[in-house]
Design a protein around this ligand. Structure first.
Ligand code: NAP
Length: 237
């Protein structure tokens, strides 16, 4: 896949006051966060519903805001917006699209400098094998494509239904969060905590190489008879 590296259109200096303001807002416990979700399928709707219930400000980023599907999403209570508009107004952007679409999607979001980009994709082949092998990952590829973004890998290691119903488990399911930007990773950990997960710091973005196979194992267990109503969790002694 060709990696499309766009030039920075915003200088670091011009972003500094905004970054400080964002950090102050994040420091207020319970402050709502502006989240754009790209992809309105299983994962997009599950995370969107869960964060809305947790009082975050969610917008679904779609290709055609006026088509029937988008109108139905609006009727279901979601804010819906065109891709670049949704990304522009968001502090965090979730990528919940098929892996094969990732370059197109990132390109259509416009400048992502300074934004938290959460990669929930799994780069699987049609026969559910690792499409990028074991010495690369979707998380790292997203970081190459989304120049200047603070990329975090998360919400890929459990089924979509569990993302909506994490609070239904008898003890908290784990959500593994990997990234190279400590502030962005903390924010995403908080977003996972807010919807009922125990957020686990899984290390740098390169750990996507371990989290993506973990998702594949989840899928194989689910299809192999365990079903979809289970999640990984940490048990301590
Ligand atoms: N399903 C799960 O349980 C699960 C769990 C963890 C991670 N994941 C990963 O999360 C991602 C999404 O999975 P999913 O099950 O939610 O998929 P899905 O139900 O098939 O939904 C995919 C969404 O992506 C949108 N989309 C596709 N191409 C696009 C483009 N070029 N621009 C904008 N939007 C585009 C689709 O829009 P339209 O509706 O317009 O076609 C659809 O809303 C995948 O990478 C998957 O591996 C899935």
């Amino acid at each position: 896949m060709a990696v499309n590296v766009r030039p920075c259109r915003v200088t670091i200096a011009s972003l500094a006051p905004l970054t400080v303001a964002r950090h102050l807002i994040r420091a207020i416990p319970g402050a709502a966060m502006k989240i754009a979700i790209v992809g309105t399928g299983n994962v997009g709707k599950a995370l969107g519903g869960a964060w809305k219930a947790a009082k975050h400000d969610v917008v679904l980023a779609v290709r055609e805001p006026d088509n029937e599907k988008s109108k139905q999403l609006a009727k279901d209570g979601f804010s819906v917006s065109a891709m670049a508009d949704a990304a522009k107004g968001a502090e965090a952007i979730v990528l919940a699209v098929p892996w094969t679409e990732i370059a197109t999607v990132i390109d259509s979001l416009g400048p992502l400098n300074g934004k938290i980009v959460i990669d929930a994709t799994n780069p699987l082949t049609p026969d559910l094998e690792m499409g990028l092998g074991f010495d690369d990952s979707a998380g790292e590829t997203v970081a190459l494509l989304a120049q200047g973004a603070r990329v975090v890998k998360a919400f890929n290691t459990t089924g979509a239904e569990n993302m909506m119903k994490a609070k239904d488990f008898p003890s908290k399911p784990a959500m593994f969060v990997a990234g190279d930007d400590p502030g962005a990773k903390k924010t995403v950990q908080k977003l996972a905590d807010d919807i009922g997960f125990e957020a686990i710091d899984a290390g740098p973005l390169k750990a996507s190489r371990y989290l993506e196979p973990m998702a594949t194992q989840w899928i194989k267990l689910a299809l192999g008879g365990v079903g979809t109503q289970f999640a990984f969790s940490l048990v301590r002694r």
